[in-house]
Design a protein around this ligand. Structure first.
Ligand SMILES: Cc1cn([C@H]2C[C@H](O)[C@@H](COP(=O)(O)OP(=O)(O)O[C@H]3O[C@@H](C)C(=O)[C@@H](O)[C@H]3O)O2)c(=O)[nH]c1=O
Length: 229
């Protein structure tokens, strides 16, 4: 079934913060768009983590959407040089991937979207000195709502699939560097993340089951400047 472009995003009430318009950041191209925004940018409770909501042009066939437009992101103050696209398919509902990050100088910004199914996406603040260190934000990202989540350098990233046969696409700003691949265990009690599934139902890779708790992980990001390039 083609997702309806007219349906309200499922996670609207979870999203807090200001849209570009409310923040007075509406761009020239935003204003020129007859039917509203080409791209809405919404800050979550940790404002460096953002929801990007590209416009869906609906018609009788379905919809058309620019899922990535470098100039529009730049106008919204997001200047990231993405170098790799990833595609992850999860067969089962309750598949947990995370919480992952790469250490500097291979740290990655991630721009995540879903083309089939749905996920709860999680970003954990790893920046030493940050007022929200160890805290997290989450948002439902789905094929239906078309939202994207920007998880910047300095955050661990994880997700749980809310439906079977979920496909996640994401852009990253640095190449995969397995020797710099790190993680925090998904169910670290200090993080207190509501994954929306019973712990016993979670499906994890062997690697992810053995990750350390945040308190035992070496810190490698500082606040406010987490990025290294
Ligand atoms: C992440 C990655 C993995 N791989 C390989 C390594 C391995 O053989 C296989 C599966 O890797 P992983 O188990 O690490 O895949 P996965 O658990 O899906 O890891 C991903 O999780 C999400 C939450 C992220 O944020 C990503 O950055 C990434 O860490 O794919 C690449 O070739 N390139 C890549 O960029």
């Amino acid at each position: 079934m083609v997702p309806s472009p007219l349906k309200e995003p499922e996670n609207l009430i979870q999203i807090r913060g200001k849209t570009c318009l409310e923040a007075g950041l509406a761009t020239k191209r935003d204003r020129e768009t007859r039917n509203g925004f080409m791209l809405e940018v919404i800050e979550l409770d940790i404002p460096e983590v953002k929801i990007l909501r590209p416009k869906r042009h609906g018609d009788s066939r379905g919809f058309f959407s620019e899922t990535y437009n470098k100039a529009l992101l730049s106008e919204a103050g997001i200047d990231i040089d993405f170098v790799q696209d990833n595609h992850a398919y999860s067969a089962e509902k309750g598949t947990v991937r995370g919480l992952h990050y790469q250490t500097p100088p291979f740290a990655q910004d991630k721009l995540v979207r879903v083309v089939r199914g749905a996920i709860l996406d999680i970003a954990v603040d790893l920046r030493q000195g940050s007022p929200t260190y160890g805290k997290h934000v989450s948002s439902v990202i789905s094929a239906v709502n078309g939202d994207q989540i920007l998880v910047p350098i300095g955050f661990a990233h994880g997700l749980v699939t809310l439906e079977a046969h979920t496909e996640v696409l994401y852009k990253v700003s640095h190449y995969y560097a397995p020797e710099h691949d790190r993680g925090i265990v998904w169910n670290d009690p200090d993080l207190d993340i509501d994954w929306r599934i019973p712990e016993a139902d979670a499906i994890l890779s062997q690697k992810d089951q053995k990750l350390p708790r945040l308190a035992d992980a070496a810190s490698c990001f500082t606040y406010p400047e987490a990025r290294e390039r």
